[in-house]
Design a protein around this ligand. Structure first.
Ligand code: HEC
Length: 225
């Protein structure tokens, strides 16, 4: 009887130790999981947003020449778009839409890279060019990194379109029913992502203020040292 009681007591003790060990391990997991979860979520949202921005077809139908004028300020160090304006570091851009690529009207000395490109400037080729000049014409003299944001490109091209003798109608929204539907879904997804992203940091700050201080503040303090 005594023996059996000892055995039982032993098992109870053992079970207790296992449970304690288990809860310590679980506790550890929870501790390290909280900050990691926040980090992953934000990263995911950012990547998603960038991906959508890159793949989203450019939509000129909502382009705004007034906003484009603001974007064009990034170009005025080298260009003007005035009628009869002089060439500067870059060629005058009046009437550029419809003109042959890399020829200009005012005798600008274009690079071979751009002059040899062929074709004429239209909305699509301008968007390609402005997203990444060096990729469009490797060896170009235009030392401008490019406009990554398709809205900026659409707006500045709408602005250029108005700076010509015969502005063209803006191209319609990205064509065909199927891509348009997909586009809408993508835009919605991106919108939801943006909303998420907008909420996320607030949530994290609240977490940090409440109880995360130990983890978040501690880690941040470590990094900043
Ligand atoms: C640092 C100066 C610089 C900046 C900034 C710059 N460009 Fe240029 N751009 C040039 C040069 C130089 C060329 C001629 C490129 C060549 O010959 O390879 C050029 C060429 C062009 C052309 C081709 C013109 C033609 O007749 O073929 C367009 C269009 C153009 N730039 C638009 C822009 C726009 C829009 C911006 C602003 C978003 C911009 N550029 C910013 C220097 C610049």
């Amino acid at each position: 009887m005594q023996d059996r009681n000892n055995t039982i007591a032993g098992w109870v003790l053992f079970a207790g130790i296992v449970a304690l060990g288990g809860s310590i391990v679980t506790g550890e997991m929870f501790h390290s999981e909280k900050p990691e979860e926040g980090g992953y979520k934000i990263e995911g949202v950012v990547v998603e947003g960038e991906g959508a921005a890159v793949e989203k077809p450019i939509d000129f139908s909502v382009a705004d020449a007034t906003k484009g004028e603001q974007v064009f300020k990034k170009c005025t160090a080298c260009h003007n778009a005035d009628k009869g304006g002089a060439n500067a570091l870059g060629p005058n851009l009046w009437n550029v839409i419809g003109e042959p690529i890399g020829k200009g009207a005012g005798g600008f000395a274009f690079s071979e890279a751009l002059a040899g490109k062929g074709g004429a400037w239209d909305f699509a080729s301008l968007s390609d060019w402005l997203s990444n000049p060096k990729k469009f014409a490797p060896g170009t003299k235009m030392t401008f990194a490019g406009l990554a944001n398709p809205e900026d490109r659409a707006n500045v091209i709408a602005f250029l379109n108005q700076h010509g003798d015969a502005p063209k109608p803006l191209p319609a929204a990205p064509a065909a029913a199927a891509p348009a539907a997909g586009d809408k879904a993508a835009a919605e997804a991106a919108g939801a992502g943006a909303e998420k992203a907008a909420n996320e940091p607030v949530l994290n700050e609240a977490q940090a203020a409440k109880g995360g201080q130990k983890n978040v503040g501690g880690d941040a303090a470590k990094i900043s040292q």
